[in-house]
Ligand binder design. Structure first.
Ligand code: PMM
Length: 292
């Protein structure tokens, strides 16, 4: 098992893959944009996801959907800080999904306990300093560029080797900036500068990502590559509603947990909360450790 320091007690003590529930306080995220855009709706959603079994709530204010344009940092902070404050007051564990050091710092002041950065510190040179000073866990996602250009950057000869090497380089930069490596979680970044084939190859290589020596977070939820694995859509030609991918998402949660992932990041929590428990039981019965 890879040591992760700095998590608060209830999370640090989990002996299975944790479930991070997504709350996008945005009008335009790819799968749930606009649904939890008011503070009240977002907080209610957080309460629901916690009741469904979320261990941690990941609150974000800026969409990273392919092609998305950036919002300014005041707007990002205005969207998420009241939501984080209220959820923390209710006793929930909260992470902040942001690429901006200033927003991460404000979210930590509001009570967030972990920073999740889809750029792994690359979008904003101040991020590493904020995380180093706050001494909190930090999710380093594999990242090649912002959402408006990332689809043009999805070129690899060997996606698993290249993503691993680039994640290692991102870790090196963070450590050089003073971040304790033992606080880092790695994420291959499904759909970020990846086509469907790249995402499937990475998903089938969680064991190789774990060889980097850090816990691994898996964020497949509702992503486009899962459409290839959705029966109903293929049979009926049903809608492009990303929630039709929730069943496939739960399947990836079970497989990721069975492969030793540290956590899964999902929009619909209930089925994944069961899936990670099934995987934990199966791993324990087969003599394996509970998570990576
Ligand atoms: N994906 C999205 C946003 N944040 N964070 C991590 N660590 N990993 C991901 O795969 C990831 C992320 C994509 O947008 P969404 O919030 O609508 O799922």
């Amino acid at each position: 098992m890879h040591e992760l320091i700095g998590l608060p007690a209830p999370l640090a003590e989990l002996d299975r893959c944790l479930v991070m529930g997504v709350i996008n306080v945005t009008p335009d995220s790819f799968s749930d944009g606009g649904r939890w855009f008011s503070v009240d709706d977002a907080v209610r959603r957080g309460i629901d996801l916690t009741a469904q079994g979320a261990d941690l709530l990941d609150v974000g204010g800026e969409s990273t959907r392919p092609g998305a344009l950036r919002i300014d940092e005041d707007e990002e902070a205005r969207r998420i800080l009241p939501v984080i404050r209220q959820l923390v007051k209710l006793g929930t564990m909260v992470s902040v999904d942001t690429t901006r050091g200033s927003v991460a710092g404000a979210a930590l002041d509001a009570g967030a306990c972990l920073v999740n950065d889809v750029s792994g510190g690359r979008a904003d040179p101040t991020m590493a300093r904020v995380v180093a000073q706050a001494q909190v866990p930090f999710v380093v996602m594999h990242w090649r560029g912002h959402s408006d250009v990332m689809e043009s950057l999805a070129h690899y000869d060997d996606v698993v080797s290249e993503v691993s090497a680039e994640l290692s380089a991102q870790v090196g930069e963070l450590v050089a900036a003073g971040v304790d490596e033992r606080r880092l979680v790695l994420d291959p970044g499904f759909g970020f500068a990846k086509n469907a084939r790249h995402s499937w190859e990475l998903f089938s290589s969680i064991d190789r990502l774990l060889e980097l020596g850090r816990p691994v977070l898996i964020g497949t939820s509702r992503k486009r590559f899962l459409a290839e694995a959705v029966a109903v859509q293929q049979i009926s030609g049903a809608s492009a509603d990303p929630s039709v991918r929730d069943g496939a998402t739960a399947a990836t949660s079970a497989l990721a947990a069975a492969a030793g992932a540290w956590g899964v990041r999902v929009h619909e929590v209930a089925a994944s909360a069961d899936a990670v428990r099934v995987a934990a039981r199966a791993r324990a019965a087969s003599g394996g450790v509970s998570h990576g």
